[in-house]
Design a protein around this ligand. Structure first.
Ligand SMILES: Cc1cc2nc3c(=O)[nH]c(=O)nc-3n(C[C@H](O)[C@H](O)[C@H](O)COP(=O)(O)OP(=O)(O)OC[C@H]3O[C@@H](n4cnc5c(N)ncnc54)[C@H](O)[C@@H]3O)c2cc1C
Ligand code: SF4
Length: 489
């Protein structure tokens, strides 16, 4: 424990952000680099409590308690307080392969279970993680960790999102020869073409992949397995395959007019924005650019939030974000006690930006789309919305339209951010993979093994749409199971 009285003496101070005026003019990260002395003080707030739920990584009553990776949080905090940053990094990377990434994009499930958080604001665990990771992975300090053991086993990891990267990393460290196949032109999955640069600078993902290459992992990009790249030919050269394809099937809006020009999915919109940002020459696609348009984002989740932030940077004329569900409460409800993850309304970077840019909170709850209206040329010109009311009947949530609440709003770009239904079906059907009732591949209990020999499955593809930290956890667990399997073949 860094300082026994730290939690009494010091208040929680969170990482500072760039001013809104400045940051909406570019796509650089909205968080500022951290102040070392301030961070050490924050680490002194950790009480090193006897039962650190923050690192539990448990599911209780279908809700998360603590860090899914079981990061050794009190030990890391203690090492930071004593200025032993390299040792803190070693401790962190025992469980978390990419803390520079989780330190930016993780919602900090750990902080919802921090013991101090029961009475006072929680320890800034995520900020401390980013600080340690940035200090140790920036510039020359990031050295390849060459595997100390080698086997003659070859593994193909398909999909280079966080699950695939974490899986490849551990399989490589365990001595296997690993090749990652990715259908996109850049590695990273949703770390590259989902989460926008404002939240996670793409150079961090690319630097991590370069480090993994230097550690011996091969990356083959533009390799769409099952479409032009035969899976059955691929397996000839490998002893095991791990599928980490994500849950990339987007949910449709399914209302009249959803086919009109100017109705686009969140993923096509966000991917186009990042590709444009990373291209040597601008690649602007007018249909996927919000500049000067009235924009409606349908879906109030994190994906919708990233679309709002992108539209603000593209200088949309107006932006509205529609959410069908009611707003979360500001405080925990009685059925959501500590140390469960708090289901409460959170600070969000894009809503703050909207407030400054448009002068109002643009998120509307309990509102849905009935129809999309078009011009005779087939372009979107507006959206008909209606307010809804939720009630519980016979134990079920029932939604009803509120009559008379219909509204026609102008729109030239409608972005659908309605979540994901599961993995894409094409490759699963080709392989005859057994699918469960939710459309995910069935795996034997917790060993990540599919119904086919030598084939493992991990990440959003197995778990359903989730978080980076869960994808990392799944990738690592699948790697361990795959390695055990390889020892016996
Ligand atoms: C817009 C957006 C923002 C998000 N923000 C956050 C956030 O801030 N924090 C957070 O924790 N989580 C966030 N998430 C969720 C998080 O990104 C995912 O849970 C996580 O990326 C899942 O990792 P994965 O490796 O399982 O799948 P993915 O990241 O989806 O990666 C799957 C990869 O497989 C590749 N692939 C698919 N099929 C094939 C094939 N046949 N052949 C070759 N390659 C293939 C895909 O191209 C992709 O690269 C966000 C998600 C979205 C959509
Ligand atoms: S990975 Fe996420 S949940 Fe785990 S310690 Fe870091 S911020 Fe907390």
């Amino acid at each position: 424990m860094g300082k026994p009285t730290g939690f009494i003496e010091y208040k929680r101070i969170e990482a500072k952000e760039r001013s809104i005026k400045e940051r909406i003019e570019d796509y650089k990260e909205y968080l500022l680099p951290q102040d070392e002395e301030g961070l050490k003080i924050q680490s002194a707030r950790c009480m090193d409590c006897g039962v650190p739920f923050c690192q539990a990584g448990l599911i209780v009553d279908k809700q998360t308690v603590g860090c899914p990776l079981s990061n050794l949080i009190p030990e890391v905090n203690d090492l930071v307080y004593h200025d032993r940053i390299a040792a803190a990094y070693d401790r962190l990377t025992k469980t978390n392969p990419f803390p520079e990434i989780t330190g930016r994009v993780c919602p900090a499930l750990c902080e919802g279970s921090c013991t101090l958080g029961e009475h006072e604001p929680a320890v800034t665990i995520k900020d401390i993680e980013r600080f340690v990771a940035d200090k140790m992975t920036s510039s020359a300090k990031a050295k390849p960790r060459l595997p100390k053991i080698h086997s003659d086993k070859r593994v193909a990891v398909i999909g280079s999102g966080p699950a695939g990267l974490a899986c490849a990393d551990l399989l490589n460290q365990l001595g296997n020869e690993v090749t990652v196949f990715e259908r996109a032109d850049r590695p990273g999955g949703l770390l590259m073409y989902g989460i926008p640069n404002m939240k996670l600078d793409k150079s961090l993902v690319l630097n991590r992949v370069e480090l993994m290459k230097a550690e011996g992992i091969k990356f083959i990009l533009n390799a769409h397995i099952g479409s032009g790249y035969s899976f059955h030919e691929l397996i000839q050269g490998f002893d095991a395959i791990v599928l980490c394809l994500g849950a990339t099937q987007e949910r449709n809006l399914s209302v009249p007019g959803d086919y009109l020009k100017g109705v686009v999915t969140a993923m096509s919109y966000l991917t186009s924005s990042t590709k444009n940002l990373l291209a040597d020459k601008p690649l602007k696609n007018a249909l996927l650019d919000a500049g000067g348009k009235d924009v409606i984002v349908v879906g109030g989740g994190d994906t919708g939030a990233d679309c709002v932030a992108t539209a603000i940077r593209q200088k949309a004329r107006s932006v509205s974000q529609l959410e069908i569900m009611p707003a979360l409460p500001p405080y925990r409800k009685n059925d959501n006690p500590w140390p469960l993850w708090p289901a409460v309304k959170r600070h969000s970077y894009e809503q703050e930006e909207a407030l400054e840019f448009f002068g109002k909170d643009l998120k509307e709850y309990e509102t849905t789309v009935k129809e999309i209206l078009g011009t005779p040329e087939g372009k979107v010109k507006g959206v008909k919305t209606v307010k809804v009311n939720w009630s519980i009947e016979n134990g079920k949530n029932i939604m009803k339209d509120i009559s008379g609440s219909e509204q026609i709003r102008p729109a030239e770009l409608v972005i659908t951010a309605l979540g994901f239904t599961g993995p894409e079906k094409a490759l699963l059907e080709q392989l005859n993979l057994k699918i469960d009732n939710y459309g995910m591949p069935e795996t034997e209990n917790i060993n990540y093994k599919s119904n086919l020999p030598m084939l493992f499955v991990a990440g959003d593809m197995r778990r359903g749409p989730s978080l980076v930290v869960w994808a990392l956890m799944e990738g690592r667990q699948a790697a361990k199971q795959c390695n055990d399997y390889l020892k016996n073949v």
